[in-house]
Design a protein around this ligand. Structure first.
Ligand code: PSV
Ligand code: MN
Length: 413
């Protein structure tokens, strides 16, 4: 059974986020790391390093505003990624940072804001075409902060109509992912607050729209694996943003707070496939973590490896035995099957499996002893100093520094 489970791990690819390699912070401040990436080239370099050490992170998600400032040719970015050994993954429009979005984007009462959102998403779709990406991933900061601030039904209709229009503007093979989040930055209502709203919007948008489950975007106590099972059976689970949370959406490392919850999510995916024959192959697994304090690459390697470990444990659940226990209402027996799989030692078999595939047996240890972090810190500090960059003044690195020609790679057109 272990070998069988391991062979299924081959198909488990995890996308890492470009924004997770840059300096980020909270709304109270941003603390810089000398090795953090600032340009798209540096982010690609880091994502490629994560893939080189783990062998399971072949794509990097990009954020349009931060990674494709006007003047940067998307095809060249895709080409550079290829040269480094990865591909450009999901394209994430930014519908929240510009002043025009003060009252929202697609649901804003301001027509100019809705038009800006349309134009930005159109451009994002074009970038997806040019980079060879087939996933357009939408997260909205849209919402209100005060009771009575706006008309909730008007906003709902405006959101639905925008999503429908954007869905239809996508080329054939592209998927639209609709992400939900209960609160923040909006603190009274969010226009897509939970999975039910994301599901409804996705259905109304069209056949290629699916729900994106960001594990950190649930109110305390929500049963995420139940949501996952429900969406799977409806054919509406588009993908995940992995992270963990303690209180609210806080970008903690997946499994760092509640690994058993992550295991239970993976268990639903494995059982949907094994017991119900549901096709789970097109689920997009993506990390959405911006680490303010952990070194970025280490955090990303640690996250990918943790996800592999927990997924493998779920793959080790003996589905037939579980079904038997469930059918005979042997509740304790059924739960013990979960627990046995969860407490299995998987690091040994995983190391062996990696070695066979020519990867590092222990990716995190290998990276930590590689000296890359220090080397990159030195190169990037010097580069920053030469460019007179100080940073630290904004809570989010917009990455709006134009990719420089001087390093001779991505030409600004
Ligand atoms: C903000 O909450 C967020 O973390 C969402 O989860 C998005 O997926 C991500 O930023 C990128 O826009
Ligand atoms: Mn997310």
């Amino acid at each position: 059974h272990v070998d069988d489970a391991l062979s299924r791990l081959d198909r488990f690819e995890i996308e890492t986020p470009a924004w997770g390699y840059a300096d980020t912070g909270t709304r109270f401040g941003k603390f810089l790391q000398p090795a953090a990436a600032r340009t798209i080239e540096e982010k690609i370099e880091d994502a490629a390093t994560v893939h080189a050490f783990t062998g399971c992170c072949p794509r990097m998600a990009t954020h349009v505003l931060w990674d494709f400032p006007e003047g940067v040719a998307p095809a060249q970015v895709a080409e550079l990624a290829l040269q480094e050994g990865i591909r450009i993954g999901s394209i994430n429009p930014n519908l929240f940072q510009d002043q025009i979005y003060k009252y929202g984007s697609a649901a804003s009462p301001n027509e100019k804001a809705r038009e800006a959102a349309d134009a930005h998403v159109e451009r994002s779709i074009q970038i997806a075409r040019e980079t060879g990406s087939n996933v357009l991933s939408l997260w909205f900061a849209d919402g209100t902060n005060y009771p009575a601030q706006d008309d909730l039904i008007r906003r709902k209709r405006a959101m639905a109509s925008a999503l429908h229009q954007w869905h239809d503007a996508m080329p054939e093979g592209m998927t639209l992912l609709v992400e939900y989040k209960p609160f923040e930055p909006a603190f009274y209502h969010s226009d897509i607050a939970d999975w039910g709203m994301a599901y409804t919007f996705a259905q109304q948008a069209g056949a290629r729209a699916k729900v994106l489950v960001d594990t950190g975007h649930h109110l305390p106590g929500a049963n995420i694996e139940h949501i996952v099972a429900f969406l799977l059976d409806e054919g509406m689970l588009g993908g995940f943003h992995f992270n963990d949370r303690k209180y609210g959406d806080d970008d903690l490392t997946i499994g760092s707070i509640d690994p058993y919850a992550v295991f239970r999510i993976f268990a639903q995916i494995v059982l949907a496939d094994e017991v119900h024959g549901i096709d789970t192959r097109s689920i997009a697994y993506m990390i959405d973590q911006s680490h303010n304090l952990k070194p970025k690459i280490e955090a990303m390697v640690q996250t990918a490896v943790t996800a592999q470990e927990l997924y493998l444990k779920a793959l080790l659940i003996p589905a037939a035995r579980l079904l038997e226990a469930q059918a005979s209402t042997d509740i304790v027996g059924a739960e013990e099957i979960y627990r046995e799989a969860f407490y299995r030692h998987v690091r040994g078999p995983l190391a062996e499996w990696r070695r066979h595939r020519g990867h590092e047996a222990s990716p995190l240890e290998a990276y930590r002893t590689s000296g890359i972090e220090n080397e990159r810190a030195k190169i990037r500090s010097d580069r920053r100093a030469a460019e007179g960059y100080t940073g630290g003044d904004r809570t989010l690195d917009t990455g709006l520094v134009r990719c420089s020609n001087s390093r001779g790679r991505i030409a600004a057109t």
